[in-house]
Write a protein that binds this ligand. Structure first.
Ligand SMILES: Nc1ncnc2c1ncn2[C@@H]1O[C@H](COP(=O)(O)OP(=O)(O)OP(=O)(O)O)[C@@H](O)[C@H]1O
Ligand SMILES: [Mg+2]
Length: 287
């Protein structure tokens, strides 16, 4: 099967006014993304994530090597027909309302009036912006602008979705909604390349992770390979008291195991936030 995306030995060098090489932002970058795969791009500031993304959406030209999107050069406009892209910085038209901006994108993408109407409503609802559909994007908070950008990237049901830090500025509930949305797109077979600094998000949604540093791939692998500590084991149980835990530990020690940690598990602050702000409110509505 033809890959959805491929980078072969791609380098990008920025030059100064006198055409002297100044910054090598990507150095012989190789990556092949199969259709339906989700790849997370992580790495420090300035490591080349946005450069790799901008090469794939045709905004930049490689200094050497080749980039292919659905088998074609991403700088050919026709290759981008099935592409959805969210830039790193929100790029919304400040004077258009959320609905009008969506409508414009839908019509430019070739949707009929009926399709555009249904799709705008569906996506504004899905991204939690239905209440703000008549407000101008220039008055949006950062997270609202991000939601609008994601909705716009999805307007034409892209087969390949490229997202540069999609969840920066989103509140925890918005983040969860967006990650659930990505999971459902993944189930529909959409190919995704997502950069992020919020590593806990990447690990949940991506099949593979590429770690960049100074324009080079430091490590790449499936999330399971990267995250599982194969030489350690963990047991969590409920219903027994502390005595049972002590006995279990003693049993393990007697057989030569080293206890690395033991105690009560904790939940995340995000879980507590959701419980108080979402589940609690839903309970109020029902009662
Ligand atoms: N137009 C440009 N001219 C010169 N150098 C540039 C240009 N754009 C990016 N760079 C340099 O390329 C390097 C990689 O930048 P890039 O934006 O790809 O990093 P990033 O991994 O996306 O970082 P961040 O996490 O901050 O978004 C940086 O050193 C940056 O200064
Ligand atoms: Mg970036």
């Amino acid at each position: 099967m033809e890959p959805a995306v491929s980078y072969s030995s791609v380098s990008k060098v920025y030059r100064d006014f006198f055409l002297r090489a100044r910054v090598r932002t990507l150095d012989r970058f190789d990556l092949t993304i199969a259709p339906g795969e989700t790849i997370g791009l992580i790495g420090p500031n300035g490591s080349g994530k946005s450069t790799a993304i901008n090469l794939l959406v045709g905004l930049l030209k490689p200094s050497s090597g080749t980039v292919r999107l659905m088998g074609r050069d991403p700088r050919e406009p026709s290759s981008r027909r099935e592409l959805g892209y969210l830039p790193e910085e929100n790029a919304n038209y400040p004077f258009l309302t959320a609905h009008d901006a969506m409508w414009l994108h839908a019509r430019v993408a070739g949707l009929s009036r009926n399709e555009a109407r249904a799709r705008c409503d569906e996506l504004l609802e899905r991204l939690g912006l239905a209440h703000a559909r008549k407000r101008r994007a220039g008055t949006f908070s950062k997270g609202m602008g991000r939601r609008l950008g994601i909705a716009q990237a999805l307007i034409a049901k892209p087969r390949v979705l490229v997202l540069d830090e999609p969840t920066t500025g989103l509140d925890p509930v918005g983040t969860r909604d967006v990650l659930e949305l990505f999971a459902s797109l993944k189930r529909d077979g959409v190919t995704m390349l997502v950069s992020s600094h919020i590593l806990s998000e990447i690990e949940g949604v991506c099949d593979r992770v590429v770690m960049l540093d100074h324009g080079r791939i430091l490590k790449t692998g499936t999330t399971a390979e990267m995250l599982t500590l194969r030489d350690q084991h963990q047991v969590r149980f409920a219903g027994g008291g502390p005595d049972m835990a002590n006995e279990l530990e003693a049993w393990l020690k007697a057989r030569g195991a080293e206890i690395l940690s033991s105690g009560h598990p904790t939940r995340s602050l995000a879980d507590v936030y959701r419980e108080l702000l979402v589940d609690h409110k839903q309970g109020d509505k029902q009662s």
